[in-house]
Design a protein around this ligand. Structure first.
Ligand code: SAM
Length: 235
């Protein structure tokens, strides 16, 4: 992967940028995504935010080498703290980190999102947490993708400010599985959740061997419910 040829995962992420948007890529690492998006004319301008020194330097080098420094501003800082309301960012992208960290970043920088019309989020794990955050913070999930790359599954969530309840009819199940993904139940969806089921079943077996404490019982019950829910959808 490089700034000319993105991974399938990041290519899917950028496909949700609306033409002409000013984007911010938070946790940009090498800045491949903003370089690609600006060079291809998918985004007008970009801010590449990075908290860690090494990736920040590599993003700066990448943007300079691509001769895109007039359109891409590389900023060092924690999450959305690198954004100012005067930046007029329309679209915030956060990709390639866990759902828990992603929601921490979004919560800490909530006040920076007032001008933002679209969020494109690609949690590596715990997409359920991200859907829940969107729902609670009045962001309406408008689309989702589930792709497979190098034997890993990635969920991409797209949200806009709107009616957060709109895509949901059975919220517990759909926060876990994704309302759009559940509707289509494509091959990737079935494969991902079959694999997940196997892991959960092993965990449940281990929990069954553990001491019968209240905390273990609660964990087992929660897991059993999830297993049942997913099995039902795959049957
Ligand atoms: N977004 C790229 C992608 O999807 O390929 C890079 C993903 S990389 C695994 C995660 C990046 O997020 C790392 O470079 C890390 O330093 C950065 N990161 C983690 N926490 C961050 C935070 N609070 N603010 C900004 N960047 C952060």
């Amino acid at each position: 992967m490089n700034s000319e040829k993105l991974s399938k995962r990041l290519e899917t992420v950028v496909s949700f940028i609306e033409p002409g948007m000013n984007i911010a890529d938070i946790g940009s690492d090498h800045a491949y995504l903003p370089c690609y998006a600006v060079r291809k004319g998918l985004a007008c301008s970009a801010i590449a935010g990075e908290v860690a020194a090494g990736p920040y330097q590599s993003a700066r080098k990448q943007v300079k080498a691509a001769k895109l420094a007039d359109k891409i501003d590389v900023r060092k800082g924690d999450g959305l703290a690198v954004l100012h309301l005067s930046d007029k960012v329309d679209c915030v992208i956060i990709a390639g980190m866990g759902g828990a960290l992603m929601t921490e970043i979004l919560t800490a920088g909530k006040h920076k999102l007032s001008s933002v019309s679209r969020l494109i989020l690609q949690p590596n794990i715990a997409a359920e947490k991200v859907r829940k955050w969107l729902y609670e913070q009045n962001w309406q999930l408008i689309d989702e993708r589930l792709i497979e790359e190098d034997e890993k599954y990635y969920e991409i969530l797209v949200a806009e400010q709107g009616n957060p309840a709109l895509p949901y009819t059975d919220i517990t199940k759909e926060l876990l599985l994704g309302p759009f993904l559940l509707k289509n139940k494509e091959k990737n969806f079935r494969e991902k959740w079959r694999a997940e089921l196997q892991i959960w079943e092993k965990i449940l077996q281990e929990l069954n061997k553990a001491e019968n404490k209240e905390a273990t019982r609660a964990k087992k019950e929660a897991l059993r419910q999830k297993i049942e829910m997913v099995r039902e959808e795959l049957s």
